[in-house]
Design a protein around this ligand. Structure first.
Ligand SMILES: [Zn+2]
Length: 341
């Protein structure tokens, strides 16, 4: 690089916005012509998967066009990795201030191409982008509830273009959010399987954002889970943790739904000592000699389920945990709901 240009810690051109200030509309047209002459490809720039720069009604990759124009202006080769593009970036701001439109390719499905530029893979996720990812997640959830159709890829593409990551990275983040929503005992977006590799740094941030946005108590489950995951998935045997002789504690308030003892008793009686899912005998008897079974609500009371015998099943502890945590919990719950209908 020319020594009049300084790169910042991330290898990006510093002060790009003021460096680009002398660019004119005709510089952009010239860059477009050069782009066309080069058969629509510029070394080190990939085709934009997220935004179109509109020049005379035609679409061009904004980053590549800006790269050509700024290279000419500065008299050096400015490569793709020397600056970022996206809403609010010097690249977009400059093009827009010259009167050009940049449109998001919102409805386009993301195509993973082999020559796509490596996006900042290891860049730490900022609170801002995690927050917007959670916003998008909750919006998708609301659309699920309303029955409004939407494309998950539209959200991923939008976020990817704004924060200079791949749509896939945001897809994985959404699955991380599903995982944390489940830890928080909250309902999740349909078709977004949980992914537990959230990481110890991001997990508590995501949990706090969800708690804030949904006005839920912060119960600090995500960090504990992330710590456990890191030990469980560690390739080498991790050193034995010291633990805590005197664990600290906090007090929380929980909403407790009033449930009927009559319904509970009736369901236990209906089960007649056998688990209503697997059919096995209750694993042990209680002090009072009655078989131990747990009465589970098929639709949780907190999700608006009724406290009725049709919405309850008496289960062995194994099956009870299964209905909460197993990968088949949805189909098993459906089965029981049909059975007691
Ligand atoms: Zn069972």
């Amino acid at each position: 690089m020319d020594d009049t240009i300084t790169l910042d810690g991330a290898g990006r051109i510093a002060q790009l916005k003021s460096l680009a200030a002398p660019l004119t509309k005709s510089d952009i047209y010239e860059a477009v012509n050069k782009f066309i002459a080069q058969k629509q490809s510029v070394n080190s720039y990939s085709h934009s998967t997220t935004y179109d720069l509109i020049v005379d009604g035609k679409s061009y990759p904004p980053k590549a066009i800006f790269g050509l124009a700024i290279s000419k202006l500065l008299g050096v080769t400015v490569r793709s990795e020397h600056f970022s593009a996206g809403v609010g970036s010097p690249c977009f701001v400059t093009l827009e201030s010259l009167g050009f439109k940049i449109n998001p390719k919102i409805e386009q499905e993301y195509k993973s191409s082999t020559n796509s530029e490596p996006k900042a893979k290891n860049k730490l996720w900022s609170e801002e982008e995690l927050s917007e990812a959670v916003d998008c997640y909750l919006e998708m959830f609301n659309k699920d509830q309303e029955g409004t159709k939407y494309k998950k890829s539209s959200y991923y593409n939008y976020l990817a273009s704004k924060y200079d990551r791949t749509p896939k990275a945001f897809g994985r983040r959404m699955s991380n959010i599903t995982h944390i929503m489940m830890l928080m005992d909250l309902p999740t977006v349909s078709g977004l399987a949980p992914l537990s590799n959230v990481g110890k740094t991001q997990a508590p941030i995501i949990e706090r954002l969800i708690a804030e946005k949904l006005n839920q108590p912060f119960i600090d489950v995500a960090l504990i889970d992330a710590e456990a995951q890191s030990i469980i998935n560690s390739k080498s045997t991790p050193p034995k943790p010291k633990g805590e002789e005197n664990p600290s504690h906090t007090e929380t308030t929980t909403k407790v739904y009033k449930r009927s003892g009559k319904v509970k008793g009736w369901v236990i009686r209906r089960a007649n000592g056998f688990c209503e899912l697997c059919g096995d005998k209750a694993p042990f008897n209680k002090d009072d000699g009655t078989p131990f079974l747990e009465v589970h609500h098929l639709i949780r009371l907190k999700d608006g389920g009724p406290d009725t015998v049709e919405n309850c099943a008496a289960l062995c502890p194994n099956c009870h945990r299964k209905l909460h945590y197993s990968s088949e919990k949805t189909s098993l719950t459906e089965y029981l709901r049909d059975f007691f209908k």
